[in-house]
Design a protein around this ligand. Sequence first.
Ligand code: GDP
Ligand code: MG
Length: 205
Amino acid sequence: SAKPIQIKVVLLGEAAVGKSSLVLRFVNDEFQENKEPTIGAAFLTQKVRLDDSVLKLDIWDTAGQERFHSLAPMYYRNAQAAVVVYDITRASSLDRAKSWIKELQRQASPNIVIALVGNKLDLADVTDVETSAAAAGKSADDSTGDADGDADEASDTEGRSRQVDSATASAYAAEAGLLFLETSAKTGQGVVETFTEIAKKLDLN
Ligand code: GDP
Ligand code: MG
């Protein structure tokens, strides 16, 4: 078979939105509850198989901190794809994602494929059930899963709920010509799909 096509992908987004966790889930199918912050950038590779081709993704996972901002162009320059991540429980992280997207549209390769990704979807599932149950004045429906089974987890995400609704982010993404997905690095939901959607869009170029 043919040599895999090599693709450079960069991850951008505010600190702590889950960029490294998404890559760790995609590459190793793992999740760490208290992931240490990335210094500078990390490099990982993973293959994506499509019907007729294999793409080898060279993934540059950047640090979100502003003090590393000046390094970002080194990572997005010559990138064929970018994953711009926000945290659905922090509205400010979508604003930061939008400013990354503007920067990419000005400075990166003109035909770069950009995916806007709303991460930590697992937190929305839990709180949506609790919120709707509270509003209805009854307990959460058991058929929706273990909504109350996660309450024992102690982490900095405890008690957080969705601040960015899907429709708003999706409309912005459509307007800006981006792929849009919501993910959970914790459960794996949407993670492989994110990279597969990117690969499919690249394959057409
Ligand atoms: P980065 O700075 O964008 O690379 O973010 P990290 O991957 O280091 O994640 C920051 C924190 O968010 C860590 O404590 C992760 O365990 C947590 N985290 C990342 N992704 C998710 C997710 O999908 N769901 C939840 N509940 N926590 C997550
Ligand atoms: Mg990181």
